[in-house]
Design a protein around this ligand. Structure first.
Ligand SMILES: [Fe+2]
Length: 246
């Protein structure tokens, strides 16, 4: 059945080449707790398709954003266990882990202070910034996370309007941030500015992780195309991608 599904996807995409990574570290696949997948069925469906593409492990990362998605560790774990149960029932053998995508705000800073952060791998913490307003005291917060033994990962650095130059990206890396780019940014999913920015980050060799950031089937389609693109091949040539160490 998986072979059939895999062939179906390959047919839709044209010629396919094997993937250079098999662990995804950014997605919104816990049903109905953020702006990601809305039902258990669509979550299972997307996970099946990721498996058919060659993924062995998915670390899914629901939003924790106090003003829009006030999720807690308990809410996330409850949804995660429900999804795990369904995958088991349907005999889908894929490793599924859960962490979070934190929005950089007062609540996140509070959680850092209390050392109550959901991390993955060796204490990696995924977080995002406002797309339009440059954050304040970012450097101190990053330093605090590092002092607590965490490894902060900035989600999709290409998507922030106020960062665009090599100087910006290098100063973020100098703070000690790892970069996770969205594969679909290379497909123009977020428009031409983001596409240009992600190409720059790839060319500079600053990428640590690649993510799908899948919220729905539409994202999956773009992601599957991105994995067969020239940018994907270039990404692995010019950067040392750490997904498979997780
Ligand atoms: Fe995300």
């Amino acid at each position: 059945m998986f072979k059939q599904l895999s062939e179906k996807i390959a047919f839709r995409l044209g010629k396919t080449t094997p993937l250079a990574h098999s662990v995804d570290i950014h997605s919104h696949l816990i049903p109905a707790i953020d702006d990601g997948v809305k039902s258990l069925d669509s979550s299972v469906d997307i996970i099946r398709q990721l498996q058919a593409l060659g993924f062995k492990k998915i670390i899914t990362t629901p939003h924790i954003m106090s003003h829009r998605f006030p999720n807690t560790k308990e809410i996330i774990l409850k949804g995660y266990h429900r999804l795990q149960k369904e995958l088991k029932k349907q005999e889908i053998n894929i490793e599924l882990e859960v962490a979070a995508e934190y929005y950089y705000d007062e609540y996140f800073l509070e959680l850092i202070k209390k050392n109550e952060i959901m991390s993955f791998g060796e204490k990696y913490v995924l977080f995002e910034l406002s797309y339009t307003v440059k954050p304040f005291v970012l450097e101190q917060s990053v330093a605090k996370l590092i002092a607590l033994g965490y490894k902060p990962v900035l989600a999709h650095p290409e998507r922030y309007n106020y960062f665009s130059s090599e100087k910006h990206y290098r100063s973020l890396k100098e703070m000690g941030l790892a970069f996770q780019i969205n594969a679909i940014s290379t497909q123009g999913f977020y428009g031409p500015r983001v596409k240009k920015a992600v190409e720059k980050i790839i060319d500079l060799g600053l990428v640590d992780f690649i993510g799908s950031d899948i919220h729905s089937q539409k994202y999956f389609e773009s992601f599957a195309r991105a994995l067969q693109s020239k940018s994907y091949a270039k990404l692995f040539k010019k950067n040392s991608i750490k997904n498979n160490y997780l």
